[in-house]
Design a protein around this ligand. Structure first.
Ligand code: NAP
Length: 431
């Protein structure tokens, strides 16, 4: 695990060779996949799909999924080099959000029409553009891109994915595809939550105190770095064994929630302007009291009951119930202590990823890849994520050249594993 994490935390060191290898590998892979593969000639691709909701056993590898060709002028077709997994993939595998997402995919589904199966999971993609619609202006075939695939679209655990131009961004030049795939979904989520719901931005964060709960996971490790790049003071809750990681990424203060009551420890500190809660549950009970009262402070939780409600109660009742819950909590907290209570959601946003790309290439945001798996081992990747205790991201290498590159880099990095936290801390200091 440490070796794979090192691969990404030391990406700057490996960037030169990464770029060269990835580019030469791309052309080989592109020719192989688009021109010579028999399945491609028949318009089919490889993918991991589910044919019904369930556990890991429902994941099925197939080479007979229709290639998602460009079907509207604003679409971009991407050959996937790497994908990554998020907790949402595990939830969606089990049917989470099925009613809303199915409706979003196909509004006619309320009439009981087409099934969503076979369904492809996987929300992050780093890859290469292979085709563009006639109105696409920002991308051309051959461009290296990254994106977070909306959950109402077919996912990235496949050879190809098709998205609208707005959802896609040019990938950071300093990252390999494996590294890049670890960022888009958590980045779009964190930016949506911190900017739209939390009211923060690059120019207004330097005097803000922000608390991130669950700082060691995918969203947390990205958010710490983004907020530090924006100049905020960042406090994090995490397990004791993740302290080195989050401090290395720039966290100013760390609360070990396993060492006793996190709320008691946080009460000793100054109050916060914004709380980004990626843990939910009991955290919500005490977090509101940690905010500065009557000063515009905001609590933003990523753990919301919206889709659980629509799954269990149906679209209308579920949405109404969730809306009522949100409004009553918002009013209650505003009246009692003058703090805003909000829900944060992932939102597809290619231009936001353009900004993240600049921060990555400037060395201000590092990818945190905890584990990586080849495309043949997608069920094992799900199992890893399902075990919990994430320290950053789990990535799936979809294209062969990234497999070889990763092996090379991991081999090179084996000797340096003991130093990775120190290196990350030095990088953070430089930031
Ligand atoms: N609303 C949305 O659109 C949206 C979008 C993205 C994510 N999310 C949700 O946001 C949450 C976080 O996502 P993620 O991708 O960061 O998940 P993740 O990668 O699985 O990370 C979760 C992290 O939280 C830590 N943790 C668990 N219990 C904790 C506690 N009580 N206090 C502090 N840390 C704790 C875990 O490590 P340890 O267990 O070892 O402490 C782990 O590092 C998930 O529930 C996800 O579903 C929502």
């Amino acid at each position: 695990m440490a070796a794979t994490r090192l691969l990404c935390l030391f990406n700057t060191k490996a960037a030169g060779s990464t770029k060269t290898l990835a580019r030469s590998g791309w052309s080989v892979c592109f020719r192989r996949n688009v021109s010579s593969s028999p399945s491609r000639l028949q318009g089919c691709m490889s993918a991991w799909v589910i044919d019904q909701y369930g556990t890991n056993g429902s994941l099925r590898f197939t080479e007979e999924i229709t290639v998602p060709t460009v079907s509207s002028p604003s679409e971009v077709m991407i050959q996937v080099h790497a994908a990554s997994l998020n907790p949402l993939d595990i939830s969606m595998r089990g049917g989470y959000g099925a009613k809303v997402l199915k409706l979003r995919r196909d509004p006619m589904s309320v009439m009981g029409s087409d099934s969503e199966f076979p369904l492809i999971l996987g929300r992050d993609v780093s890859g290469v553009v292979v085709d563009c619609g006639s109105e696409v202006t920002h991308f051309s075939p051959g461009d290296e891109v990254w994106a977070a695939v909306p959950p109402w679209k077919q996912g990235s655990l496949a050879e190809f994915v098709t998205l609208t131009e707005y959802e896609v961004s040019h990938k950071p030049k300093s990252l390999s595809h494996t590294e890049a795939a670890s960022i888009p979904y958590v980045a779009n989520t964190a930016l949506s939550a911190l900017v739209n719901a939390g009211g923060l931005c690059r120019d207004s964060s330097s005097d803000k105190r922000v608390l991130i709960t669950g700082g060691s996971g995918g969203v947390g490790t990205f958010s710490i770095q983004l907020l530090k790049a924006w100049g905020a003071h960042v406090t994090v809750t995490c397990s004791q064994n993740a302290e080195g990681l989050v401090r290395g990424l720039g966290a100013d203060e760390v609360v070990d929630y396993t060492a006793g009551d996190a709320a008691e420890q946080l009460e000793m500190m100054d109050k916060f302007d914004v709380i980004l809660d990626s843990v939910g549950g009991e955290t919500e009970q005490w977090a509101m009291t940690m905010l500065k009262p009557w000063s515009g402070a905001k609590y933003v939780t990523l753990v919301t009951p919206l889709l659980l409600n629509t799954d269990s109660m149906g679209l209308l009742d579920g949405a109404f119930h969730a809306g009522f819950t949100l409004q009553s909590k918002a009013i209650q907290n505003m009246i009692s202590s003058g703090v805003f209570y909000r829900w944060g959601f992932y939102a597809p946003d290619g231009p936001a990823l353009d900004e993240v790309s600049k921060l990555v290439d400037a060395g201000k945001i590092l990818p945190v890849v905890e584990a990586q798996f080849p495309f043949t081992q997608v069920p094992q990747a799900f199992q890893k994520l399902e075990e919990g205790h994430a320290r950053g991201k789990t990535v799936v290498r979809v294209a062969e050249e990234d497999d070889r590159l990763a092996e090379d880099l991991v081999q090179n990095s084996h000797t340096e594993t003991a130093d990775w936290e120190q290196a990350a801390q030095e990088t953070a200091k430089q930031k």
